[in-house]
Write a protein that binds this ligand. Structure first.
Ligand code: IMP
Length: 202
């Protein structure tokens, strides 16, 4: 089965492909299909926003579409930036990381706990909707570290290293997205959706 990945975020596209493909699921990005669609994320939760994105792309393409809405929830900031993670500073990843560093400047090490959350939603042309949600616990560092990953990864520490210092395989094994996509694949297998999408279940 092939899914359209309902995101324009190239960091997410890379992670979706490298997690889904070894599990036997094909994934094609909106960019590869020549699609440009900016879905307004009006939901109050990760799962609501994931649904909005997957549903819009499924409707547009007539193909199964899988979306993730994800973000960073920082305890010392009462769960911010949360669903606003991508839009936190209004100035992209660099601005977001700088704003987070500024807001956390006076927070002591033991209070810097945070988690990444990832909600997956897959919409099928017959209206079937499958979902999964997972998280990954970590802490916010005092400085950017590492060149890997994307977004807040250089500030998100699991153990002694930031995700910016993790290899792809190391991140996928424990990340919110890796765990949520594996859970989604388990749900999909149980659901027994036909290998060749026909609009009918097996
Ligand atoms: P959205 O799901 O497109 O609304 O945006 C998610 C935002 O959360 C991204 O733009 C990043 O800022 C952040 N984010 C989500 N997952 C990750 C991750 O795995 N690494 C780093 N940042 C992430």
């Amino acid at each position: 089965m092939k899914f359209v990945i309902a995101t324009g975020n190239e960091g997410k596209v890379r992670e979706f492909k490298r997690i889904l493909e070894p599990m036997g699921f094909g994934a094609v990005s909106m960019k590869e299909l020549g699609l440009v669609l900016d879905v307004e994320e009006t939901g109050k939760t990760f799962s609501e926003n994931a649904y909005l994105k997957a549903e819009a792309v499924c409707r547009l393409t007539g193909l199964p579409a899988i979306a993730d809405d994800s973000g960073l929830c920082v305890d010392a900031l009462n769960g911010a930036p949360g669903v606003y993670s991508a839009r936190y500073s209004g100035q992209g990843d660099d601005g977001n990381n700088q704003k987070l560093l500024d807001e956390m400047a006076d927070v002591p090490p033991e209070k810097r706990t945070a988690r990444y959350v990832c909600a997956i939603c897959c919409c099928f042309p017959d209206g079937t909707r499958l979902t999964a949600q997972e998280s990954c616990e970590g802490a916010i560092g005092y400085e950017l570290s590492g060149e890997q990953g994307f977004g807040y990864d250089p500030l998100f520490y699991v153990g002694e290293r930031s995700f910016g210092q993790y290899s792809d395989e190391e991140k996928d094994a424990i990340s919110h997205r890796g765990k949520a996509l594996r859970l989604f694949c388990e749900t999909l297998k149980k659901h027994r959706i036909s290998d060749e999408w026909t609009g009918e279940k097996d």
